[in-house]
Design a protein around this ligand. Structure first.
Ligand code: ADP
Length: 392
């Protein structure tokens, strides 16, 4: 029987999981999957490390499984299929650790309560991230649980990079640029030395381009600046989020369109970005396949904003040695990477088109002053590693 670490990433209507077996110093993926549509049309799927389906279930339209039901079902699947593994600990993705939680942390009821004060800073994620921790603490208080924070990697940023130009009475309440996707950036920072030792100890911009999208300036493995700010709505346009917005637009929406906070929240988190601009889809694949000029306009705006942020982050670093593409769009979209690299020629990026077409890992020419890479991210493995090290 080998020890295993489960990783849980709970969202508003989904619960993703991975199971890693400890083999010496290695962590081997033995299963991964998700329950989604928890309140509308629940579906569960679990696959083994090779991608073969080991369990699948659908509850039907109108059924509600909820987080508790999903967790129960997951536990029953793990018992049935992986009884030869002893569950040693669970690692959780938690979006916000505020200023206080800058490292992965073993959870107890007191810390859950402390983390609840960040719910107003991340209302769409934090409550869902904490819910399974509370449920599992009640059921099995002896089972170690570790929270890993998306904000933690960025806490070493210079104060300037975290500051808003607002009066102290506001910033003293914790209104600053936290940055997110930290577990993904940390994973890439740890992987980069195997690809490009010079960049790993130098200046790199990582582009995490998924449904949620952000970019991070990293110097010698440490976060120096990022495009996301107080919330995960800032920076790049995303699948359904608008990204950076003149604050005057919010005042206009309130004064002229009489929109309240909830209506504006819906607009900026769920109705904007690629979906809002195209009016077609939030999904890059769908937009790339579409001949509709609005799909093209959405991709153009996404690429343009990435190019501007790249210049800004290179300025924050005072130079650039490498760029790294990761997450769904970054890892798979040949077209988008080509656009971004061509726009970044002035920074010293020279694309190798053939290498880009086969997804790299190196997609810049050997002569390129700034190297460009495609490196798949692995936030779950990062969480499992942290969980193991917290438990010693
Ligand atoms: P999340 O932020 O939800 O984890 P992902 O990292 O899975 O998102 O990224 C999802 C995005 O990746 C979607 O826009 C999807 O269309 C895009 N994507 C996935 N595969 C491809 C592909 N082959 N070409 C272009 N875009 C892709």
């Amino acid at each position: 029987m080998s020890d295993a670490i489960a990783v849980i990433n709970a969202g508003s209507s989904s619960l993703k999981f991975s199971l890693f077996a400890q083999r010496g110093v290695e962590l081997d993926l033995v299963a991964r999957g998700q329950a989604e549509g928890l309140f509308t049309s629940p579906k569960f799927v679990a696959r083994d490390g090779d991608g073969k389906v080991v369990d699948q279930k659908a509850w039907g339209d109108g059924q509600k499984l909820g987080h508790e039901g999903a967790l129960d079902y997951l536990v029953s699947v793990l018992r049935e299929h992986y009884s030869d593994h002893r569950l040693a600990a669970i690692g959780h993705r938690v979006v916000h650790g505020g200023l206080e939680y800058t490292r992965p942390t073993r959870m107890d009821a007191g810390i859950v309560a402390a983390l609840e004060k960040y719910v107003p800073l991340a209302p769409l994620h934090q409550p869902h991230n904490l819910a399974p921790i509370t449920l599992l603490l009640a059921r099995d208080p002896q089972l170690p649980q570790v929270a890993c924070f998306d904000t933690a990697f960025h806490r070493v940023q210079p104060e300037l990079a975290q500051a808003f130009a607002l009066p102290r009475r506001i910033t003293d309440r914790g209104v600053l640029r936290y940055g997110f996707h930290g577990l993904s950036y940390e994973y890439i920072a740890q992987a980069l030395p195997q690809f490009d030792a010079r960049a790993a100890s130098g200046k790199t911009v990582v582009l995490h381009l998924g449904n949620g999208a952000s970019m991070c300036a990293i110097a010698d493995g440490r976060s120096m600046a990022s495009t996301m700010g107080f919330t995960a709505a800032d920076g790049l346009p995303m699948g359904t989020r608008c990204g950076a917005l003149d604050p005057g637009v919010v005042l206009y929406l309130m004064d002229e369109l009489r929109m309240d906070a909830r209506a504006i929240e819906r607009l900026i988190y769920h109705e904007s970005g690629l979906l809002g601009v195209s009016g077609i889809s939030s999904d890059m694949r769908t937009l790339e396949e579409s001949a509709d000029p609005r799909a093209r306009a959405a991709i153009d705006l996404f690429a343009y904003r990435i190019g501007r942020e790249l210049g800004s982050l290179a300025a924050a670093l005072g130079g650039l040695d490498a760029i790294v593409f990761t997450a769904g769009i970054g890892e798979h979209s040949v077209l988008l990477r080509e656009r971004v690299c061509r726009d970044a020629r002035w920074l010293g990026v020279e694309l190798d088109g053939a290498a880009n077409a086969r997804h790299g890992p190196r997609i810049s020419t050997q002569a390129s002053r700034v190297s460009a890479w495609v490196i798949p991210t692995n936030e779950e493995l990062m969480i499992a590693r942290h969980t193991r090290s917290v438990l010693g």
